[in-house]
Design a protein around this ligand. Structure first.
Ligand code: ADQ
Length: 533
């Protein structure tokens, strides 16, 4: 049975109203235990939650920083299930048993990581080729031409088959829940459903789904769409992407689309299409921002920046053309031209972690970003003051939290983004209820964080104006906006995301999914629970 926890003093406490449940890691675990009813839970992603690295003959287990691990780890721990992922570490083979299994987390083994060995050439074509040079630009519509090569498509199919074999082995012909992550596995749901119809399958597509005109360019559209319709549940970040997907189906493949209820029927099988806005572990970010050693971490940043300027702006990104890093730097150029009072008074810290550097466009972008930073620093910098402080590497969350805390504003200028967790992390870190978020309207996050200063990332002058507004905003206005954004992210945290998907998945084979389209099922469930309690 569900536990209902109502914090003292919270809305509803002691007033006979229906209490609102706060989603926590512990609550999510109780829901998992309740809903799985003994069935196996299998998660699938390309990236693994734990990676073994061989350092001079010593095998070390590391946890790559990833929002996905934060969200799925509690489900996996509670279910004792299996997480199927690409074994990409150079110590991974040494760590598994004869079934390619390793028990994780290392300090408290509670579920199984099943590693799939993707040969380097297949990885190059399936992961870097079709997924990241084909589907990524196609879905983001960021004016970057997608590359479609038949060999990459064949490799994509082969890689999906490799993962299908692993999942089917783990399910061993029984009923199980399978939760697939992302655009690397568009063919996997159909492969699984065909081989074992007892599987209940959900997939979350972490990037946008483009409009139907754009999707027309994809050469293997029918096969991909048919693959995705093998899912029982298909999730996107926002309703707009669901609508785009339903329209794409309607125009490209034989299926019955019920757009009002977000339901597609093909060959007698139904797929429910729903928005589930992903989020972060809000409480964990608050805890980190309030930790005792945060002052020292902030001081390190002030040392690095040098002469402490009046204002500090920040950007934190993977180096990816969809994130609008060059556009943001252009906006700084406009700002110093149009508002010269910021020359010498504002330092902008850009933290950029290189990613996908084996793809030529990404390598080029890294060089272009470096060149633009040098250009700005030569053009505007003087004495000790630099307009842009550039940190070109991965940083740990504590260091990033300190940076968020010393800043006056954070710029997220993605040209298109499914959600964007950087924006939510900034808000969660601001335990002081200060700081201004400048947020591209073309992110999923912009739909929830309506108190951010929203900008068109293609318009440098608009971003520059927003920076000026951020730096001149009265403190009471900053606090009012930040407080409301914090309430939003706190309520819609990552456990809420995972819990909603799981509860929807658990309902699929027991009730008619068509009947409750526009109702937040979690709210309904909790209301029922509250009545019982
Ligand atoms: P991304 O495009 O990778 O993911 P985004 O939401 O921007 O994701 O998150 C990036 C993550 O990397 C954040 O947690 C951030 O803190 C971290 N990060 C960025 N720069 C870093 C640095 N220099 N050092 C360390 N960490 C850094 C996809 C979609 C998004 C969607 C997510 C989750 O493109 O739209 O929000 O998945 O679904």
């Amino acid at each position: 049975m569900f536990r209902v926890w109502v914090p003292e003093g919270s809305p509803g406490y002691g007033r006979g109203e229906k209490p609102m449940q706060s989603w926590t890691k512990e609550y999510l675990q109780s829901v998992v235990a309740d809903r799985l009813e003994g069935r196996k839970f299998i998660a699938v992603s390309n990236r693994e939650p734990y990676i073994h690295v061989n350092r001079d003959g010593q095998i070390e287990c590391m946890q790559p920083a990833s929002g996905l691990t934060t969200a799925l780890d509690p489900i996996m721990r509670a279910s004792g299930g299996v997480w199927v992922a690409h074994g990409s570490g150079n110590g991974d083979r040494a760590a598994v048993d004869a079934y390619d299994h390793v028990a994780v987390p290392p300090d408290d083994p509670s579920y199984t990581l099943r590693r799939v060995w993707v040969p380097p050439d297949l990885e190059r074509r399936y992961y870097y080729g079709l997924a990241n040079e084909g589907l990524w630009p196609l879905c983001h519509i960021a004016f970057h031409r997608p590359q479609f090569r038949r060999e990459d498509w064949e490799a994509y199919r082969l890689a999906n088959e490799l993962f299908a074999d692993a999942v089917l082995e783990e399910a061993a012909g029984e009923s199980a829940f399978v939760f697939i992550q992302d655009y690397h596995f568009g063919l996997l749901p159909r492969m699984l459903k065909r081989a074992n119809p007892k599987l209940v399958i959900a997939q979350f597509w972490h990037i946008p789904w483009p409009n139907r005109e754009t999707f027309r360019a994809f050469p293997w559209k029918q096969e991909l769409l048919d693959g995705l319709l093998g899912n029982d549940l298909l999730g996107f970040h926002v309703r707009y992407h669901c609508t785009n997907f339903l329209e794409t189906i309607d125009r490209n493949i034989e299926a019955m689309v019920d757009a009002d209820h977000g339901f597609v029927t093909r060959g007698g099988h139904g797929t429910l299409v729903r928005p589930f806005p992903i989020s972060i572990d809000f409480d964990e970010h608050c805890r980190m921002a309030s930790s005792r050693d945060m002052g020292a971490a902030m001081a390190k940043w002030w040392n690095l920046i040098g002469k402490v300027p009046e204002y500090i702006g920040i950007g934190i990104d993977r180096v990816d053309y969809t994130k609008g890093i060059l556009e943001r730097l252009d906006a700084l150029d406009v700002l110093f031209t149009e508002y010269p009072e910021y020359i010498g008074a504002l330092s902008f810290v850009q933290v950029a972690v290189p990613s996908r550097t084996s793809i030529p466009g990404y390598d080029r972008l890294n060089r272009e970003v470096i060149q633009k930073v040098e250009y700005l620093n030569n053009k505007w910098g003087f004495g000790e003051w630099k307009p842009v402080v550039f940190v070109h590497r991965h940083l740990d969350q504590k260091t990033l939290t300190a940076l968020r805390l010393i800043s006056d504003f954070c710029v997220v200028s993605s040209l298109h983004d499914g959600m964007n967790l950087v924006a939510k992390e900034f808000v969660a870190s601001r335990v002081d209820e200060d700081g201004v978020l400048i947020l591209s309207s073309f992110t999923g996050a912009a739909r929830e964080l309506t108190d951010a200063l929203r900008v068109n990332p293609f318009a440098a002058d608009e971003i520059a104006r927003a920076m000026h507004t951020a730096m001149t905003m009265p403190v009471c206005e900053r606090t009012r906006r930040m407080r409301r954004m914090r309430e939003t992210v706190s309520a819609n945290n990552v456990y809420h995301w995972a819990g909603r998907i799981l509860m929807r998945l658990a309902n699929i084979d027991v009730e008619d999914a068509e009947s409750d389209a526009d109702v937040d099922d979690v709210t309904v469930e909790l209301a029922k629970v509250a009545e019982v309690a």
